[in-house]
Ligand binder design. Structure first.
Ligand code: ADP
Ligand code: MG
Length: 869
C-alpha cells in the first residue's frame, strides 16, 4: 500500500477514484536523467564522447563515421541534470542520484532508478558495482540500514500479504512465528548462518555510514526485498526456492502482473524476503544473481537481453503512546518502495552473435526498451500538447510494472551509461536521443507525509533523555568524550531511580514510612528489573552482532587467506613455468646455434658440390662432343669400309663368275672335241687339248685350264701377228695384293689400268686381267685371264678371252708333278700323257721364243686358245 493511498483511506474512502490523482497535482518533476561516461578500456581506443562540463557532453562522429555536411562535420551536445565523467567514483554518483531516493523511501515515498545504455557501457557496474567498489544497490541498502537500524521491528511483526499489502501482528505472534520458522529443518529465510559469496563480500563493504538524519523514531521499520528478471517479456522470480529435482529440473515459471486496489502493479506470488541488515539483503540479492547466471547458461540466454529489477520495500508503523509496542491498525502502516532496475542493453545490433548483421538490419531492439521509449514519447506529447493519447504501458511487462511511477506519482531517475569508444558511436547517439527525450517527461512529485504526531511516545522519551544528558554534560563541564558521556548516561539512569524516602522509624505507630519505603523499593526493583532486562537484551544483541561480525571477519579472513594462498600458488606455478620456459629458451638457443653451424657446413658442402657438379658437367659436355666427333669419324670409316668391301665382293663375284664361265667353256670344248673324236674318222689326228703342267723352275707355277678342243678356223685370220708387236691392256684391279714372288706377271709396253677402259682397249689388241683369290690351301692364287680385242661393227671394242693362267705359290720341297686341278678327273692313259707332255713342252719352247720378244716378259706356259667369246 502506498503512503498517499493510506492517507486517502484514512480520510475519505478506501478506494481512490480512477484515474487516481496525485496528492500534489500541481508539482511535477521531470524525470531526472544523469549521464555517466565510463573510462575507455584501453588508452589507445578512439573516443567519441567528451564531457564538456558538469551538465553537458559532446558526441562527435569518429574518424570512420564522420559525416561531412556543407564541409563541416557535426558534433552534438547533450545536456543532462548532471554528467559524471570517467573519474567520478561510485560514492559521488550515489550521493547525487540515489541518496535522495533512499531518503524518500524512508519518508514513505516511492522511487524508481534505472540504468540505461548499450551492453558494456557500465550499467551493471553502476548498479551493482564490482568487488571493492560497490554500486548504487549495496550503497542504498547500507544507507537504509544505517538509518533505521535501531528502530527495526522484530522479524515477522510486519507481514506482506499476497495482494501487495502489509499487515502487522503483535510481538507475541511474531515471536511464535519466529520460533516456528526456526524449528523448520531448512529455514526459508536466510536468518541463520550467512554465507556471503566472497566474490561480492567486498561490494557491501560500504563504510560511508551514510544515513538519513531525521528518521521517525516513533515508527518501527522492516525491509523486504524481492528480485525479478524480465526476459523476453516473461517475469521470473529470482528468489523462488524451486523444489530440488535432480533429474529434470523444471524450467522457471513466468510470473503474472496484477494491479492492487490502489492501482499499483505487483508481481503475484513473488518471493519477498524480510532482511535485517545490509549483509543479509545483499546476500539475498547475490542468491538471485547466481540463479540468474545459472539460468542464463542453462537456457543459453543472453544476459545482456534481460532486465533485472531489485525491489526494496520499507514497511513502517507507529509505536503506541509509550513507545513500546507497534500500533495494530493496518491503516497506520506505510509501505514505500524503491525499485532498482538494470535494463537490458539498448543496442539494436546483436553484438554477441556472429549472425548479427541480419539482426541489425531488422533493427532488433529489445522490444521492452522500444515500448519504454514509446510510452515516454506519448507521455511527453500528452504533457506538452495537452493531448490524452493512450500510453501503451500494457504492451510489455517492463512498462506495465512501472506504470504507476509515470501516471501516478513517484520519483524517477535514470542513469544513462555510455562508453565513449568509437565503435559504440551510433548506439550512443541513440541512447543520447532517448535520454534527451526522457528528460522532458514529467512525473508528479509525491506529497510530503507529515510525521505521525499521534504517538510520539518513543520520540518524546528519547528526546527527554537526550536533553537531560546534554544538561548533565554541560553541568559537568570539561571536555565531552565517550568516557564522560558514558558516565553521564549511567548517572542519568541512576537518577531515574526514585529517591529513597527517609527510613528512620521514630514512632512505633509509624505506618507510613515502611509502606512508602516498600513502595519505593518495589519501584526501584521494577526499574532495576527493567534495566537488567534491557541490559541483557542489549548484551544479547551485542553478542549476536559481535558473533556476526566475528564470523564475517573470519569468513573474510578465510576468503583473503584463500585468495592469498591461491595467488601464492599461482605465483609459484608461474615461477616454475618461467623457469621451464627459460630452460626451453636455452635449449632452443643451443639448438639454433648448432643448426646455424650445420647450416654453414652444409652451405659450404653445397658450394663445393656445385663446383664439382659444374666441372663434371663441363667434362661430360667435352666427352659428349668427343664422342660425337668419334662417331662421325667411325661412321665415315664404316661407310668407306663397307663401300670398299662391297666393291671387293662385286669384284670377287665377277671373278668367280668368270672362272665358272671359263670352266663351262672348257667343258663345252672338251665335249666338242669328244664329239669330234666320236664323229670324225680315227686316222685324222685331232688337235690335242693342251695340258697344263706344273712348271718346275719357278716357285710360282702357272696352271692353265685345259685348252679348248679347237679354235674356230675363221677367227684365226683376224688374229694380229705377235711379231707385228702386240699391244696389251694390263688390267690390275686396285684390290690386288702384291705378292713377293720372284716371278711377277709383267707385260712390257702394256697400258696398265685399274679398271677396264674403252680408250685403252681401242689402242691395244690384247687384254689381260690379273685376278687374285684365296686358294683352298690358304695361299694366294693369281689368275691371268687373257683375251684378244676386236673391233665391233658398231665402233666399240669386244674382248674374246682366250686363256686363263693360274699362278700359285708353293714350297719347292713339297712340289710334284700333277695335273691341273681344274680338270683332275680327266681320264688319260700314261702314254697319252707322255705325249701330251712332250708336245706341250715343245710348244712351250716355241712360244717362249716368240713370247720373249713380243709376249709378256716372264716365263710361262701359254697355250693360245681360240674360242668364241
Ligand atoms: P553493462 O552492464 O552495461 O553491460 P558492465 O557494467 O558490465 O556493462 O561494464 C562492462 C565492463 O566495464 C565491466 O568490466 C566493468 O567493470 C567496466 N566498467 C564499466 N563502467 C566502469 C567505470 N565507470 N569504471 C570502471 N570500469 C567500468
Ligand atoms: Mg550488465
Amino acid at each position: 500500500m502506498w503512503p498517499r493511498d493510506m492517507k486517502a483511506a484514512r480520510t475519505r474512502t478506501p478506494r481512490r477514484p480512477v484515474p487516481k490523482k496525485p496528492s500534489n497535482p500541481c508539482v511535477r518533476d521531470p524525470v531526472g536523467v544523469y549521464c555517466r561516461v565510463r573510462p575507455l578500456s584501453r588508452p589507445d581506443q578512439e573516443c567519441c564522447i567528451e564531457v564538456i562540463d558538469e551538465t553537458t557532453v559532446q558526441i562527435h562522429p569518429p574518424e570512420g563515421y564522420r559525416i561531412f555536411r556543407n564541409g563541416e562535420y557535426r558534433e552534438t551536445q547533450y545536456s543532462f541534470k548532471e554528467v559524471f565523467g570517467a573519474l567520478v567514483v561510485q560514492k559521488q554518483l550515489f550521493d547525487v542520484v540515489a541518496k535522495p531516493l533512499v531518503e524518500d523511501l524512508i519518508r514513505g515515498r516511492n522511487g524508481l532508478l534505472f540504468t540505461y545504455g548499450v551492453t558494456g557501457s557500465g550499467k551493471t557496474h553502476t548498479m551493482t558495482g564490482s568487488p571493492g567498489d560497490g554500486g548504487l544497490l549495496p550503497r542504498c541498502l547500507d544507507m537504509i540500514f544505517n538509518s533505521i537500524g535501531p528502530f527495526q521491528a522484530k522479524r515477522f511483526v510486519f507481514k506482506l500479504d499476497d495482494k501487495n499489502g502489509v499487515e502487522v501482528q503483535c510481538e507475541v505472534d511474531a515471536l511464535l512465528e519466529r520460533q516456528k520458522r526456526d524449528a523448520m529443518p531448512i529455514p526459508k529465510t536466510p536468518s541463520g548462518k550467512r554465507q556471503i559469496d566472497p566474490e561480492f563480500a567486498d561490494m557491501i563493504n560500504v563504510q560511508d555510514h551514510c544515513k538519513v538524519e531525521d528518521v521517525d523514531e516513533d515508527n518501527v521499520y522492516s525491509v523486504f526485498v524481492s528480485y525479478i528478471e524480465i526476459y523476453n517479456n516473461y517475469i521470473y522470480d529470482l528468489l523462488e526456492e524451486a523444489p530440488f529435482e535432480p533429474i529434470k529440473p523444471k524450467p522457471p515459471q513466468s510470473k503474472v502482473l496484477r494491479e492492487d486496489q490502489n492501482h499499483n502493479m505487483y508481481v503475484t506470488g513473488c518471493t519477498e524476503v524480510e532482511v535485517k541488515s545490509t549483509e543479509e539483503a545483499f546476500e539475498v540479492f547475490w542468491r538471485g544473481q547466481k540463479k540468474r547466471r545459472i539460468a542464463n547458461t542453462q537456457l543459453n540466454r543472453e544476459s545482456s537481453r534481460s532486465h533485472s529489477v531489485f525491489m526494496i520495500k520499507l514497511a513502517q508503523a507507529p509505536l503506541d503512546a509509550d513507545g513500546d509496542n507497534v500500533l495494530q491498525e493496518k491503516e497506520q502502516i506505510t509501505l514505500s518502495q524503491l525499485s532498482l532496475v538494470d535494463l537490458a542493453g539498448s543496442e539494436r545490433t546483436n553484438r554477441t552473435k556472429a549472425e548479427g548483421n541480419r539482426l541489425r538490419e531488422a533493427g532488433n531492439i529489445n522490444q521492452s526498451l522500444m515500448t519504454l521509449r514509446t510510452c515516454l514519447e506519448v507521455l511527453r506529447e500528452n504533457q506538452m500538447c495537452g493531448t490524452n493519447k493512450m500510453v501503451p504501458y500494457r504492451d510489455c511487462k517492463l512498462t506495465h510494472l512501472f506504470k504507476n511511477y509515470f501516471d501516478g506519482e513517484g520519483k524517477v531517475r535514470m542513469i544513462v551509461c555510455v562508453n565513449p569508444k568509437a565503435e559504440d558511436y551510433e548506439e550512443s547517439l541513440q541512447v543520447m536521443r532517448f535520454a534527451e527525450m526522457a528528460q522532458e517527461v514529467e512525473v508528479a512529485r509525491p506529497a510530503d507525509r507529515p510525521i505521525c504526531a499521534l504517538t510520539p511516545g518513543r520520540r518524546f522519551r528519547n528526546q527527554a533523555f537526550r536533553e537531560e544528558l546534554q544538561r548533565k554534560l554541560e553541568m559537568r563541564g570539561g571536555p565531552i568524550n565517550e568516557e564522560t558521556e558514558e558516565q553521564a548516561v549511567s548517572e542519568l539512569l541512576l537518577q531515574n531511580f526514585p529517591p529513597l524516602p527517609s527510613c528512620e522509624l521514630l514512632d512505633i505507630n509509624d505506618d507510613q514510612t515502611l509502606p512508602k519505603l516498600i513502595e519505593v523499593l518495589e519501584k526501584r526493583h521494577k526499574i532495576r528489573q527493567l534495566l537488567s532486562e534491557e541490559i541483557a537484551k542489549t548484551v544479547r544483541a551485542f553478542k549476536t552482532a559481535l558473533q556476526e561480525f566475528e564470523s564475517s571477519v573470519a569468513s573474510k579472513e578465510n576468503y583473503v587467506q584463500g585468495k592469498l594462498s591461491d595467488k601464492e600458488k599461482t605465483i609459484a606455478g608461474q615461477k616454475m613455468e618461467l623457469e621451464r620456459l627459460e630452460k626451453k629458451i636455452k635449449t632452443l638457443e643451443y639448438k639454433i646455434h648448432i643448426l646455424e653451424k650445420t647450416t654453414t657446413i652444409y652451405e659450404e658442402d653445397k658450394r663445393n658440390l656445385q663446383q664439382e657438379l659444374e666441372s663434371k658437367s663441363q667434362q661430360l659436355q667435352r666427352q659428349a662432343s668427343d664422342k660425337r666427333r668419334m662417331e662421325a669419324r667411325l661412321q665415315g670409316m664404316v661407310t668407306e669400309t663397307s663401300v670398299k668391301w662391297e666393291k671387293e665382293c662385286e669384284r670377287r663375284v665377277a671373278a668367280k663368275q668368270l672362272e665358272m664361265q671359263n670352266k663351262l667353256w672348257v667343258k663345252d670344248e672338251k665335249l666338242k672335241q669328244l664329239k669330234a673324236i666320236v664323229t670324225e674318222p680315227k686316222n685324222e689326228k685331232p688337235e690335242r687339248p693342251s695340258r697344263v703342267r706344273d712348271r718346275e723352275k719357278p716357285v710360282q707355277r702357272s696352271v692353265s685350264p685345259p685348252p679348248a678342243p679347237s679354235a674356230p678356223p675363221v677367227r684365226l685370220r683376224h688374229r694380229r701377228s705377235r711379231s707385228a708387236g702386240e699391244r696389251w691392256v694390263d688390267h690390275k684391279p686396285p684390290s690386288n695384293v702384291p705378292t713377293e714372288t720372284v716371278m711377277q706377271p709383267q707385260v712390257p709396253h702394256a697400258i696398265t689400268v685399274a679398271a677396264a677402259s674403252e680408250k685403252a682397249l681401242a689402242k691395244c689388241d690384247k687384254y689381260m686381267l690379273t685376278h687374285q683369290e684365296l686358294a683352298s690351301d690358304g695361299e694366294i692364287e693369281t689368275k691371268l685371264i687373257k683375251g684378244d680385242v676386236f673391233k665391233t661393227r658398231g665402233g666399240g671394242q669386244a674382248v674374246q678371252f682366250t686363256e686363263i693362267e693360274t699362278l700359285k705359290q708353293e714350297s719347292p720341297t713339297g712340289r710334284k708333278r700333277r695335273s691341273s686341278p681344274s680338270n683332275p678327273d680327266q681320264p688319260e692313259d700314261a702314254a697319252d700323257s707322255e705325249w701330251t707332255d712332250v708336245e706341250t713342252r715343245c710348244s712351250v719352247a716355241v712360244e717362249m721364243r716368240a713370247g720373249s720378244a713380243l709376249g709378256p716378259g716372264y716365263q710361262h706356259h701359254a697355250q693360245p686358245k681360240r674360242r668364241k667369246p
